[in-house]
Design a protein around this ligand. Structure first.
Ligand code: TXA
Ligand code: MG
Length: 355
């Protein structure tokens, strides 16, 4: 039985936090909200508790977890050394949606990091996450609280849909604010590398670390029994059940016409079609009958698009569509992360429409 307990982030109920923290200390799993997506947490010092995360998610053991801490001075328990650039980024961006990959501290069991000598660590900003880590008194290892390779959860209901009956407790702090996962920067090598674009825009990070390289498809060459630099970079990840194709263009009118044409062709073939659009696209496609249209925000407000992206994909799945046609968004700000997730959900099927 999975219990779901509501908790108001603005008025933390310490009795609920104490129950959740007791489960963590006892080696059990607790799902909890962070500002990005919901996490599935276990005591990061407890190898057996960590192993339960992999079981519950159906996650392969080569996919390392992120360790969450409640204060920058807890970092010493998890990682070392802390290079000067890490300290700069911590001062600027923690708490927040930034994960740093550093050398793994000796108290962190190898299975947290899939055997890698490094560890991903972040300090989330969500009050419920912070209260839980503090009360547990240990760092909390937590991947996104979804079935492996499925869309990340941005509400407690999403967690229940994926992991119901596999975990004892979900803390329901309402929908998450950022909506896509943290940005991951690897600082363990000679040059800082972006392993995954996320909630903290790369443009913002580059003000502090101009020489960040983009790690391209480093996961591609790895074998099943080896740890990968960032399995979040697997092509099929963040995927809905329906077959998704993404569309990109510098010309919005051409993009909408291509979406309309493609949707009609699929409907003609008897497919059930879902469209993932920006608010601005709706008038041009409103005439389309027999398609499920979901808009996830304005082209001028990519933060809103990120916030509703995963729920929009889950909505389309719940309508039972067999095909999803999704537009890509401007690459600025959090748009880079939005487009990364949509491209992965599309397993690389991206149509570039000329204007
Ligand atoms: O926003 C987030 O980061 C959310 C919330 C819950 O904090 N967590 C999250 O975890 O997205 P997960 O497990 O879904 O993705 C973690 C990613 C994986 O792709 C993993 O490979 C990468 O972080 N990662 C973790 N430790 C790493 C390491 N030592 N080296 C390279 N990549 C690492
Ligand atoms: Mg995940």
């Amino acid at each position: 039985m999975t219990r779901l307990l509501r908790i108001d982030p603005a008025r933390i109920d310490e009795a609920i936090i104490a129950q959740a923290a007791a489960l963590i200390r006892a080696g059990e799993l607790v799902a909890f909200p962070t500002e990005t997506v919901y996490g599935l947490g276990a005591n990061a010092f407890d190898e057996r508790a960590v192993a339960r995360i992999f079981d519950a998610k159906g996650r392969p053991s080569f996919d390392p977890l992120i360790v969450h801490i409640a204060a920058p001075d807890q970092l010493g328990e998890v990682a070392q050394p802390v290079p000067p650039l890490a300290q700069t980024l911590i001062d600027a961006f923690w708490p927040g949606p930034l994960t740093l990959v550093l050398g793994r501290g000796h108290r962190i069991p190898a299975n947290v990091s899939a055997g890698l000598p490094t560890v991903g660590v972040r300090m989330p900003s969500h009050p419920v996450a912070l209260a839980l880590i503090r009360a547990a008194g240990v760092p909390i290892a937590a991947p996104s609280a979804n079935k492996f390779a499925h869309t990340s959860p941005t509400t407690a209901q999403h967690v229940l849909d994926d992991l119901g009956d596999r975990i004892p407790l979900i803390l329901d702090g309402g929908p998450t604010q950022v909506g896509v996962e943290s940005t991951i920067i690897d600082l363990s090598g000679a040059r800082p590398q972006l392993l995954r674009p996320g909630g903290l825009p790369l443009d913002t990070l580059r003000c502090y670390a101009p020489d960040i390289e983009i790690a391209e498809q480093r996961a591609r060459a790895s074998r099943d029994d080896e740890a990968m630099p960032a399995p979040g970079m697997l092509p099929r990840h963040y995927a809905p059940r329906a077959r998704l194709t993404a569309f990109a263009s510098s010309d919005d009118a051409a993009l909408r016409f291509a979406l309309l044409t493609e949707a009609l062709a699929f409907i003609e073939k008897g497919e059930s079609v879902g469209l993932l659009l920006a608010n601005e696209d709706r008038p041009a496609l409103a005439g389309l009958k027999n398609a499920h249209i979901v808009t996830c925000g304005s082209l001028d407000d990519l933060d809103q698009v990120a916030r509703s992206l995963y729920a929009s994909l889950r909505d389309l799945d719940s309508y039972g569509v067999t095909v999803i046609l999704a537009r890509l968004f401007p690459d600025s700000g959090v748009g880079l992360a939005i487009n990364d997730r949509l491209t992965r959900a599309a397993e690389g099927r991206v149509h570039f429409v000329s204007g």
